[in-house]
Design a protein around this ligand. Sequence first.
Ligand SMILES: [Zn+2]
Length: 222
Amino acid sequence: MNICTDPITLENGLQLAEKYSQICNAGATTPHDVEKEGENAFPIFAKAARDKKLLAVGETGLDYYYKELDKNVQKDFLIRYLHLALECDLPVIFHCREAFDDLFKITDAEYERKAPAILHCFTGSLKEAEEVLQRGWHLSLSGIVTFKNSATLREVAKIVPLNQLLIETDTPYLAPQSKRGKQNEPSFITETARCIAEVKGVPLEEVALATFENAAQLFKNS
Ligand SMILES: [Zn+2]
């Protein structure tokens, strides 16, 4: 799953998907960039979604970590992307950092209760993880779960049911512990999966199969 964040990466992603059948695309302007380029990019992502060129809408969401980002603009685009996902019957991929209260408030009002969603690169608390899971969403863990100082995230990994778990690279960022500082790539995902399997006390194969099946089910055309 390749995340396209602007019209250029969308164009590149669509070309890759044409060439390689195992690549599929999601698209949206991230909360970091909506103020600057959200308005121009929205109709382009909307067209790609309506033309069935995307298998998910996102990353959209809220990021309150960077104080200079306007919260109201982020909320406005989150709502627009939620409606686009519902209109096109696509799952939505959330980016959420230090903004779970508002994310839950907005999605409870604007997104259908049973509609599919993925909380990507989850780094919240145990309680926030429980609230994500209660909503029936998938919770996706990245290489961060393998970092030495990520004890809380490993507690989260323990409680995520296998049928709601996804793993991701977030490439080029967040390479797992033994590869920290390197450009991340899909082959590094085994280290993340192994860490989660150890924490959960299940075989690596079980984590691999469950997360593969979850992704195949969510991103239906893949
Ligand atoms: Zn993100």
